[in-house]
Design a protein around this ligand. Structure first.
Ligand SMILES: NC(=O)c1ccc[n+]([C@@H]2O[C@H](COP(=O)([O-])OP(=O)(O)OC[C@H]3O[C@@H](n4cnc5c(N)ncnc54)[C@H](O)[C@@H]3O)[C@@H](O)[C@H]2O)c1
Length: 448
């Protein structure tokens, strides 16, 4: 594959021209024919949203869990639609789904460790549009492998980073693009969400519970194991995605280096002991993940980013956004901002809401009503919408494989930094220098 050709095609795609070779699948039907791989709790949400659209046809679903497939069948029944073809029975049953001749796109919502192999298999099966849940892969090798295969196959891999579409975040992006904060200097974000009940099935199976792994349900089956074996920012993309869009990462800017710090490890062990006592087998598990992992990132254009991962202790949910530039600052936790020369009182916080209303992103102004019922306050509508519209128009997806790779790379890089005693480690350049020339096509219009 000639990189230059791919880059040229991507640039053309930004301008709205067809990037697919002639004879591509999505040509003679008005509906995007999708296969869903992994229909657990998250995948079911995407199925519900896809069933609401009249431009999507779900032709197949795949999962290894009969419990999850039954829940998915109930969703189809409720929507008054027949359950599509089901692929099940073994962990590689999805490869049979990929052999279907009538697929335009697949959506992958499986455990993290399955994302990279499923994406690569989908690319090699000839799919040109692949949506994957966060994150792209586990290791740096995974991220490189996905990037290289997407380039080779001239295909779109879009990570479904929904927080980029959160209403306040999109309004702030709009303000950033209009220069309201001046030149950006420092941004903060993170994943600050008490996941103890999720990691231990507590309440999920009618809890209380402290089980995970084979006895777990949904994310307790797999996600908790990452807290046993890994120490780093395991879930960077909900925070970094929106921040990267504001900073035009991969589009005239790029992440240069990071260093990460982890606190001691207490929360998960304490939860087990508090709920099941010191004699429960899981009280013997040694969790490796530091309770709060803090990552500092430096960008080529001189900005800094502070990212937090904080999931194992009692705390109210907050992604902790802060956007600060030479003219002002916004923070989401106090729902306030200050803009010099605009805010009425000097040196005082002002409610952000009137600004968020005034600078409401055109996407929300146009599609706000359609978001009703979609998960996470409506942002789940937009991320699927953007993917489906890209397939229909045969254009590049507004978030691409380079975005997915560099955002997801924070995890293995933060693990390396912590392992090396908080050393600063360098980001690779997945775009091979093209970040200098590429234009950001994320949320530029009210269309998708
Ligand atoms: N963007 C968001 O807001 C958001 C919210 C929740 C979860 N997620 C992400 O979605 C993904 C899935 O999370 P979830 O909460 O749905 O977890 P889950 O465990 O409920 O769902 C994963 C599903 O994949 C299935 N699966 C596992 N191996 C498989 C295989 N080899 N072939 C087919 N199916 C397989 C499991 O049986 C399960 O049904 C994760 O990446 C998670 O981080 C994103």
């Amino acid at each position: 594959m000639k990189r230059r050709e791919f880059v040229k095609n991507s640039a053309i795609a930004v301008a709205g021209v067809n990037i697919l070779p002639s004879g591509s699948l999505f040509s003679d039907t008005k509906k995007v024919r999708m296969g869903f791989i992994g229909v657990g709790f998250r995948g079911q949400g995407h199925v519900e949203n896809a069933l609401r659209r009249n431009d999507v046809d779900i032709v197949a679903v795949c999962d290894v869990s009969d419990f999850m497939l039954q829940r998915t069948a109930d969703i189809f029944k409720k929507a008054g639609k027949p359950m599509p073809q089901v692929f099940k029975g073994d962990p590689y049953a999805y490869r049979k789904l990929l052999e279907l001749k009538n697929l335009d796109a697949v959506l992958i919502a499986s455990p993290w460790e399955w994302h990279a192999p499923m994406i690569i298999d989908s690319l090699q099966a000839g799919l040109k549009y692949i949506a994957t849940e966060v994150i792209l892969g586990i290791t740096m090798e995974d991220h490189w492998a996905v990037v290289r295969e997407a380039e080779k196959q001239k295909a779109n891999v879009m990570m479904l980073e929904n927080v980029c579409y959160r209403r306040d975040v999109a309004a702030i992006l709009n303000m950033v693009r209009q220069g309201m904060f001046g030149e950006l200097l420092h941004l903060q974000a993170g994943y600050q969400h008490d996941l103890r009940t999720v990691k231990f099935n507590n309440g999920v199976d009618g809890g209380p519970g402290v089980e995970f792994g084979d006895k777990g349900i949904s994310e307790a089956k797999w996600r908790t194991n990452h807290s046993v074996h890994r120490n780093g920012d395991l879930y960077p993309t909900h925070g970094i995605g929106p921040v990267a869009q504001m900073l035009d990462i991969n589009h005239g800017n790029r992440f240069l280096s990071l260093s990460s710090f982890a606190t001691k490890t207490r929360g998960l062990h304490k939860f087990v002991v508090d709920h099941a006592g010191e004699n429960h087998p899981n009280a013997k598990v040694e969790f490796k993940l530091g309770d709060i992992v803090t990552t500092h990132i430096k960008c080529v254009n001189g900005e800094t980013i502070l990212l937090e991962h904080d999931t194992n202790n009692p705390r109210p949910y907050s992604l902790g956004f802060r956007v600060q530039g030479t003219k002002g600052i916004w923070m989401d936790v106090n729902k306030s901002l200050y803009i010099e020369g605009v805010s009425k009182t000097d040196d005082s916080w002002e409610a952000a809401q009137p600004y968020l209303d005034k600078y409401d992103h055109p996407l929300w102004a146009r599609w706000g009503k359609d978001t009703e019922g979609a998960g996470h306050g409506g942002m789940d509508f937009f991320v699927l919408h953007a993917f489906v519209e890209s397939v229909k128009r045969k254009t590049a997806t507004p978030m691409d494989v380079y975005d997915a790779a560099v955002w997801s790379a924070i995890t293995p890089l933060s693990e390396a930094s912590i392992e090396l005693g908080n050393q600063t480690v360098e980001f690779p350049d997945f775009t091979s220098g093209q970040w200098m020339y590429r234009k950001n096509n994320f949320a530029l219009t009210d269309e998708y």
